[in-house]
Structure formats: C-alpha cells, structure tokens
Design a protein around this ligand. Sequence first.
Ligand code: ADP
Length: 400
Amino acid sequence: MKILVINSGSSSLKYQLIDMERESVLAKGNCERIGIAHSNFIYKAHGQTIEQEVDMPNHNVAVKLVLDKLCDKKVGVIASMKEIDGVGHRVVASGEAFKKPTLVTPESMVLMEKIKDLAPLHNPAAIVGVNACLAAMPKTPMVLVFDTGFHFTMPDYAYMYAIDYAHYEKYKIRRYGAHGTSHKFVAQEAATYLKKNIEDLKIITCHLGNGSSITAIKGGKCIDTSMGFTPLAGVPMGTRSGDIDYSAAEFLAKKEGMDVSEMLNYLNKKCGVLGVSGVSSDFRDLSDAAEKGNYRAELALNMFTYGAKKYIGAYSAALNGVDVIVFTAGIGENDDVVRSKTLSELDYLGVKLDEGKNKKCPRGQIAEIQAADSKVKILVIPTNEELVIARETMHEAKLG
Ligand code: ADP
C-alpha cells in the first residue's frame, strides 16, 4: 500500500510517497517557484538528493514531474503510477464545511470552492493541487485532510468568540485552530510511548515552529487550542504577532496609514519575534544574538517562552490538571533553552524538568525529559504530519 501525500502552496508543491506497510518514506521532495522564473525541483530517494532547475509553469507540470521521477527507471521508487493507491491532500482551513477527512468528489470540490476565502493564500492552492493530481491520476482515490480537523471536538464555549451570535451563524467566525494533524500525531505517540490508553490522559501539546500552537487534549480529543479563526492567534511566532488587542492594531493602522489588508500583512509577516528582535524569525539566530547580549533578541525569546507558559497554565486549568506535556516541531524538538524557559517555575503544577536530559535530548526520536520527582511527564516527540495525512487517506478511502 503506497500513499502519496501532497501539500500544495501557491507557488510550491511538497510531496512524500509513503509505504504504509512499514510507514516509511520512499521518496519526498518539493517543487519550488511554480509559475515563477527558475523553478526548482527537489527529489530525495535512496538516500540521495536530486535538485534541478526545471521549467514549472503550473501545478499540472509539477505533478507530472513528480510522478515521472517516482517512476523513473534509475532513481524512481515505483514501477508505475498504478502503484500509488491513494493521494492525501493537506488543506489548511476547512471552516465548518468539513469536520473530518473527506474523499475528493465533484461535490466536495464544490464545497472547497466555497471556503477558498477562509485561507486566501492556501486553500486556492490546495484546489489547484487536487486538480493537477486528478488530471494525472483520474482513477486514484484522493482525500482532503484538514489542519483544522482534529480541533472539531472543542466545546462551543471554547471555540466561540464573544461576538454577535448572528455573525457566527452567518459567517462561521469562530476558533478553528491549526496544526491539527501534528497535535493528533504527537498525542497518540505520547500515549503509545507511555504505554497508556489515550482515553485516560490529559495532554498539552506544544507545536513550536515557524508557526506555533498549543493544544489541550483530554481523552484523545482536542478541547482547546491557541490558534483561532486563522493561524494569527496565540503565542508570538516567527513573524506573526499572536494575541493582540485589536484596538492597538487600529491605532497603529491609522498612525501609519495602513488599510485592513496591509495591517493583516504586517501582523502576519512583520511581527512576532522578528518584529520584536529586529534580528530574525529563526530561533537559532535569536539565541546567538541573545548570547551576545542583544537585548531585543532576549526580549523576543522571553516573550515567546512566557507566552507558551501562560497557555500551559491556562490549559492545565481547562483540563483540570495535566499528565503529559509534549514538545514538537522545529523549535519544540530542537531548542532546549526554549523548553527549559517555558517550563521554569511550573512546580506548582508538578512540572519539573531534568535539565541534563533536556540538554542532551537526542534528535529525531522520542525523549522523556522530566525529573524523577516530576508529577508530569515531559516528552519531546518528532512530528510527522505527512504520516497522519497518509493514515487518514487510507482510512477515508477504505484502502487496505
Ligand atoms: P514550520 O512551521 O515552517 O513547519 P518548523 O517546524 O520547521 O517550521 O520550525 C522552523 C523553526 O524551527 C525555525 O525557524 C527555527 O527557528 C527552529 N529551529 C530549527 N532547528 C532548530 C535548532 N536546532 N535550534 C533552535 N531552533 C531551531
């Protein structure tokens, strides 16, 4: 059983072909700068990386290139396209139109068209990606897997915004969250690793990467999450502001002569730790700068870890306690200083880190880093969103 996972951006298409018997990646890569001069095609298989400048005027050409490479006699991993049993497509936003992974059909694609404007940069790209794959593989079952899907178990009082209820009903404005596949994956991994039934656990998962979100999971189900209607809300991020008083945004927009779109672009791309530090959105650069005494880099790091700590506190309250805290994604998996600062002075919750284990945490595998007398387990777990998409695709398309 082989599943192709596709993650389409407006000018990119990331892909992975996964062998589901072993849940191992056969080949993966990225088509970059689609529709832009000097498109770049990256293909990784058999431990080798091929990078080529190839003309990719649109997503159809990109998909064809991917399939040709996968079936290539020399560097390919399959004999023909027929070996691809299903295709899973990552979709960023679902609105309330889709509450679970959904088979690609003419009807579901009509619904997809209707929710384009929920994620104007990402959802139209996903539609383009699906259509490109359909053109190349019209008979292969395909499934839409939504970043928001895992969060639909939130109770109404957690997902509602305190706005006029009529506006919620009319426009479905509410908290949807994001990174759902990642939160779901690491929560399940945590339960398996601890040899516990997920039904019995209260877990807080911290997906800390370029975009960061924190989720409260009770009995395997999301009960709250830090991102909102879009991924702009929550902790400060690489370039996103996270939670902010909207009046401050209006005040600034008036002072700087920005319209609403310009303001949102600013909040999404020029704020976060990049805006505060003036150094970088990358936490490695921030740590280097902070070590050299850069006050604003240190401030940005402190704001980030304090923000994460506050969500852990809030979600411990929402969950009525916490059994496991999980760190994942680029920063969560790699930055021991962020983990240490985030978890400092949480002893009232029974959270105690083993600083030695935290520092020596091995890359790319599950690590347990709490102190012997910590009441709460602290785990570092590599995320694997593509694998979740592949699993959901198999399940929804009734494959295997
Ligand atoms: P995305 O949200 O784009 O998927 P990732 O999960 O890949 O992001 O996280 C990217 C971020 O992870 C980088 O911006 C960087 O700040 C951070 N990161 C990656 N490796 C390290 C590392 N070794 N130490 C600290 N931070 C790291």
